[in-house]
Write a protein that binds this ligand. Structure first.
Ligand code: AQP
Length: 343
């Protein structure tokens, strides 16, 4: 039987979706449907590691589902569902909490960033987040995960957990009829240049759902006027655009805007600079605003249509969850046996 590589990825419903989520994640998910078995999730259990209002959590869950579909994910090809509908994520994550070591978790830089000075007072869930992420991936024995560079450390931890599980339970794995490793060593999937969209106001920070300044973030549902206003007000520097990519070194905000232009138009940075190099920012920003509106508005319109009547998404999520469970349950049956749980 031919081996089909399996991809898992997810987005947290923890705020309005933005251009970074689109360019860094959603848009990259779409072509994988043709080459991989694809499972895309709204990771609502990850979202509640920090406080979420229940109405917003539901709204954002629907919004991500709508964005997936509007951007080109086909629910017949891809499994689309929200994480909490498949309880095995929580069960496997608990088992992984008992496999992962405290020292491994304490080294996670995203926890340090997110907890900041307040590490005594954040939820235990935030600390255990990478273990749940490992469960998300390995529950389906996923072989590849398309993630941004910020998630690379968590993926490394997923590999460590898989290796330790395979090692610790080696005998039982064999006794249960499995040859070799039980969990795969999941690879990070690089599809094209990793796009890291930065805040429009501060090129040292990534564009993020939880940024307090609305002007720093282009949201997927922003209308054309708002997109144009945000791009017009984006921070730049006093110099004109350079003619080659090397001229963007040390100019984080300029590099970000040119990078967004290149990504949205599927062109290289050098190609974009060939057109706009040595010009001032006015003409470039106006062209970027037109481009962003032309790419994002049709997606936003379809998202608005889909979220207006949640029934269509509910059907897709129920079907997706059933298909996800059909993969996860036999794997979990094996895991329970391997660990020694009586059923
Ligand atoms: N600025 C970004 N540029 C490129 N990719 C990005 N991603 C997020 N921000 C950017 C990618 O989007 C996917 C989903 O991310 P997530 O929602 O699971 O968590 P996140 O990375 O923590 O996203 P945010 O927007 O920064 O959320 P908050 O503020 O709630 O923490 C991932 O593949 C991520 O790489």
């Amino acid at each position: 039987m031919a081996f089909t590589p399996r991809v898992f990825s997810g987005i947290k419903p923890s705020g309005d979706l933005h251009l970074g989520n689109y360019l860094g994640a959603i848009r990259r998910f779409v072509p994988l449907q043709e080459t991989h078995e694809t499972i895309y999730c709204m990771v609502d259990m990850h979202a509640i590691t920090v406080w979420q209002d229940h109405v917003d959590l539901k709204r954002w869950t629907y919004e991500i589902a709508a964005a997936y579909i509007a951007a080109g994910l086909d629910p017949k090809k891809s499994i689309i569902f929200n994480q909490s509908q498949v309880v095995e994520h929580a069960e496997l994550s608990w088992i992984f909490n008992c496999v992962a070591r405290m020292g491994w978790m304490e080294r996670m830089t995203q926890f340090k960033d997110k907890s900041g000075e307040n590490s005594e007072n954040v939820s235990l869930g935030l600390f255990a987040y990478p273990s749940l992420m490992a469960a998300d991936i390995l529950l389906y024995k996923s072989t590849a995960v398309p993630v941004g560079e910020d998630q690379c450390q968590h993926l490394e931890l997923t590999r460590d957990i898989a290796k330790k599980f395979n090692h610790d339970f080696k005998k039982q794995i064999k006794a249960n009829g499995h040859k070799g490793n039980f969990f795969p060593v999941t690879e990070t999937l690089a599809i094209g240049p990793a796009m890291r969209v930065k805040s429009l106001k501060d090129g040292s920070k990534k564009m993020s759902k939880s940024d307090a300044s609305d002007l720093s973030t282009i949201y997927m549902m922003d209308d054309a006027d708002l997109i144009a206003k945000k791009i017009k007000r984006a921070t730049t520097d006093a110099d004109a655009l350079p003619s080659e990519a090397a001229g963007l070194d040390g100019r984080a905000e300029a590099e970000n805007l040119v990078g967004i232009f290149a990504a949205l138009s599927n062109r290289s940075v050098n190609d974009v600079l060939g057109e706009f190099g040595s010009q001032g920012w006015g003409a470039f920003k106006s062209a970027l605003a037109d481009l962003a509106v032309s790419v994002l508005t049709p997606i936003a319109d379809e998202m608005k249509r889909l979220v207006a009547d949640r029934g269509e998404i509910d059907v897709i999520l129920r079907d997706g969850a059933a298909r996800a469970r059909a993969i996860a349950q036999p794997i979990m049956d094996d895991v329970r046996n391997i660990v020694g749980f009586v059923r």
